[in-house]
Design a binder for this molecule. Structure first.
Ligand SMILES: [Zn+2]
Length: 79
């Protein structure tokens, strides 16, 4: 994982998942959303594998929830 921003975000989200403040599926959505917006993440060849390891670790479902996430919710998670 080359992106420092994503590392910080994942640590933050992971703490929330452990506290049951964030669903694992939602955390995966946030990760995917960051990757779509982030040039560094898109150019990181190892990132898909690392994301898959994270998914297994937090036991998120393989198919992400299709539930809509309002933009404001994401901003809260990033704060
Ligand atoms: Zn990134």
């Amino acid at each position: 994982m080359q992106c420092k921003r994503l590392r910080i975000l994942i640590r933050d989200w992971f703490l929330k998942v452990r506290e049951d403040a964030l669903a694992p599926a939602r955390m995966m959505e946030f990760i995917q959303r960051h990757i779509r917006q982030c040039e560094m993440c898109q150019q990181d060849p190892d990132l898909p594998q690392e994301v898959e390891k994270i998914r297994e670790f937090i036991r998120a479902p393989e198919i992400p929830s299709q539930e809509e996430v309002p933009e404001s919710k994401e901003e809260e998670a990033l704060a």
